[in-house]
Design a protein around this ligand. Structure first.
Ligand SMILES: [Zn+2]
Ligand SMILES: [Zn+2]
Length: 170
């Protein structure tokens, strides 16, 4: 989805569209988009910068941080981004005028790639740690067995000293 800012008739334009999951490549082996991505919002064309803001919702699959099993997660978050043309960016810099929002992206020509924006926003909003369940036991550090599936007989690293004391009583 590419928006040509020069052809925008109004200063504000609303959008509501979907991007196929296959079009959003997170370039990650542990995270992927599994459902169409809905993007709603508006573009505000200003004299110097163009603002894009709205909401993104989709479903992703993220590996459990402990056992690597894929987990489904729904994402639904607001976003905002600002764009300036390379020309405006240089001009503002040379004039030493502060661009209102310093976290601006520079776009070449007059086109903003919304698909790329959506991809970046999804990456920013992925959960940092995901567990398939709260008490996921992950892999045994000794034998590598998935301890959710197998009770390997490796000793626990540390035995709680209170239990160790009970053991000695026997
Ligand atoms: Zn897990
Ligand atoms: Zn083990």
């Amino acid at each position: 989805m590419i928006v040509d800012v020069t052809t925008m008739k109004d200063a504000r334009t609303s959008f509501d569209f979907s991007i196929e999951a296959a079009q959003i490549d997170l370039e990650s082996e542990t995270e992927r988009v599994v459902n169409a991505v809905r993007v709603q919002g508006q573009i505000k064309k200003g004299i110097v910068q163009t603002d894009v803001e709205g909401r993104i919702s989709t479903d992703v699959e993220v590996e459990c941080s402990r056992c690597l099993q894929p987990n489904g997660k729904s994402l639904d978050f607001p976003f905002s981004a600002a764009f300036v043309t390379a020309e405006n960016y240089t001009r503002e810099r040379e004039a030493e005028v502060n661009i209102e929002n310093l976290e601006v992206s520079i776009y070449a020509g007059d086109k903003i790639d919304l698909t790329e924006l959506v991809r970046e926003q999804i990456l920013l909003n992925l959960p940092e740690q995901v567990f398939c369940r709260e008490d996921c036991r992950g892999f045994c550090q000794k034998c590598g067995a998935n301890r959710n599936l197998i009770d390997c007989s490796c000793e626990e690293k540390e035995i709680d000293p209170r239990w160790a004391a009970l053991k000695n009583l026997k």
